[in-house]
Design a protein around this ligand. Structure first.
Ligand SMILES: [Zn+2]
Length: 290
């Protein structure tokens, strides 16, 4: 006789395999039944959905590409996220359901309002730190995309007194400054996560009009006028941080870009962005079966 899943489950918990479901469920005890129900609820919560309606597929693809590229480079790992402001409703934004960035597909993108509430998709699990995005979109009408990373290269600059400064032209946007937000300053001892609107608002205030804000003992946030720019900045913030650590380790004074050099170089970078973006799209295409 071939064992059915139901029979295997019954054997695992030491129950007779021919007992009716209602009986063996009752004998499993409340803890096991609760665990089974929780598994069922989580499976339901992770069910894929259709892409957000009314949004250009190219924008959704940019979020997917950005998520996967940053994961491929190690700027994101199992955590972090890429979002975009909704192109026709500035009071909404697009963000993946709670998922590792390397696994994000178009079907995982959800719509949220600026209070961090999921719009029409309440069955799926969502990122705890979605308030990073919602509060920055509230505070910065010019921002069309937000990236949050736990970038390993950046972490030393979030906990030391050394400011992150522009090492070279690709990270020219850093010349405008990269402030550090310390969650403990206003909120005391927390779990370090931006888990509610007040924390997100405080982070957005420290970001101010800059392109990057570092988060003490946590990571960073980059913003931009498009997904491509925000992802570009997340990548080069990490690269710049690693290079700066190397330059400082060499000893002596480091000759950084000036604000004027940074502004000029950033203009050029934004003009040629598609060159590197197309390269990045090719890089992650195999992971999408293309
Ligand atoms: Zn985080």
């Amino acid at each position: 006789m071939t064992a059915t899943p139901k029979m295997l489950l019954a054997v695992r918990f030491g129950q007779p395999i021919n007992r009716r479901p209602s009986c063996w469920l009752a004998r499993l005890g409340p803890t096991v039944v609760f665990a089974l129900l929780l598994c069922f609820a989580q499976a339901r919560a992770q069910a894929p959905s259709v892409p957000v309606s009314g949004v250009d597929a190219a924008l959704i693809e940019d979020i997917v590409t950005g998520s996967r590229v940053l994961a491929d480079f190690g700027v994101l790992d199992g955590f972090g996220h890429v979002s975009a402001r909704h192109p026709t409703n500035p009071n909404h934004f697009l963000l993946s359901r709670s998922l590792a960035p390397a696994l994000v597909t178009a079907a995982d993108i959800m719509e949220f309002d600026l209070d961090g509430n999921a719009v029409g998709d309440s069955g799926r699990s969502v990122f705890l730190e979605r308030f990073i995005h919602s509060e920055i979109y509230k505070a910065r009408p010019d921002v069309m995309s937000v990236v949050h990373t736990h970038s390993p290269g950046v972490i030393p600059f979030t906990v030391s007194q050394a400011p992150l400064r522009p090492m070279y032209h690709n990270a020219a946007f850093l010349a405008a400054g990269a402030p550090v937000w310390d969650i403990r300053k206003d909120f005391g001892e927390t779990d370090m996560l931006v888990r509610d609107p007040s924390l997100g608002k405080s982070l957005a205030q420290t970001l101010g009009d800059k392109a990057v804000v570092l988060m003490r003992g946590h990571g960073d946030v980059t913003v931009g006028p498009s997904v491509k720019v925000a992802v570009f900045r997340a990548y080069y913030t990490d690269v710049n941080a690693r290079l700066q650590s190397q330059a400082v380790a060499l000893g002596g004074d480091v000759n950084y870009l000036t604000p004027g050099e940074g502004a000029k170089a950033d203009t050029v970078n934004l003009a040629v962005l598609d060159r590197i973006w197309n390269l990045w799209r090719m890089r992650i295409a195999p992971s999408l079966g293309k």
